[in-house]
Design a protein around this ligand. Sequence first.
Ligand code: ATP
Ligand code: LTN
Length: 326
Amino acid sequence: MRVFSGVQPTGNIHIGNYLGALKQFVALQDEGDCIYCIVDLHAITLPKEPKELKNHILDVAALYSAVGIDLKKSIVFVQSDVPGHAELSWILTCSSYTGELSRMTQFKDKAKGDESTPTGLFVYPALMAADILLYDADIVPVGNDQKQHIELTRDIAIRINNRLGDDTFVVPAGRFLKEGARVMALDDPTAKMSKSAESEMSRISLLDDDGKIKKAIMRSTTDSDGEIRYDIENKPGISNLLSIYSAFSGRSIESLEQGYAGQGYGTLKKDLVEVAVDALSPIRDRYAEIRHSGELKAALEDGAERANAIAERTMKRVRERFGLGR
Ligand code: ATP
Ligand code: LTN
């Protein structure tokens, strides 16, 4: 079984990214051959400061290692080191429809109908499809917000397979966790926790210190009825805290509800601070050890080579099927 996923090299990688995606990346290493990409070509769909982008690429690589991805066993690499991504992306763009791309909710949210929306933002799902199909991936671990993009990837793969042969592309499946697949903002539990939200209190970044973790959880928005019960509709704040607690601790939501029955929100929040700090402080320590090491740079070099070898094999087959080249 082959596993592929990617994270954008932007700052503020948060517990939503961790609980929805990165935690799965680590666990899947025992089930299949894993390829984890730092998708820098995706990051430039909106203008990025070049120096910052370079740093964020290494930040994400170090975080991959810090959360437990084995840089020797899994392939970890930077997207722009493998030219196949850009090439296949064009080919898939030509097999996608403007109608289906226009229906992507992420595009609609970001573009808001503005005429000067960068075209890259519109064709972004074709690049994501290329990332996945380039490696014949079976499984793609992601958060819930990527469901629509995975569906589109499958549609494009099936469309091309129907035309050019069933074994042109492997049709991939998304893998979503039960808890953690959609972590909400701590200060507004009706919005997704996001890297770009203005308020620092909306998220916990993986490298936040203990004081910041405590502040964000203790100040998180809840309701006034005082009952610890999972009910997304009516109690989104407490439900979000229960999900986060469950994802960090492995305890089920039901067991948490029973354990905290009759207790105040303050107790739940205090315990969650402890659970989050225990989970995040070792990640912070490992990150500090590896971020500026030669080991990290060597692993990315090696990853690029291994990824390229697989990608080139796929591209040969794809060029052949499409009749490209001499
Ligand atoms: P953000 O929305 O925070 O700006 P992103 O989705 O644009 O992040 P990535 O860094 O590429 O960008 O996301 C990496 C992974 O994290 C993806 O699999 C995505 O589904 C997942 N993810 C992002 N936000 C959340 C969240 N709030 N809850 C669960 N998973 C999330
Ligand atoms: N689009 C994703 C990041 C991403 C990805 C991928 C995830 C780019 N290419 C391939 C899984 C597989 C996002 O914005 N979170």
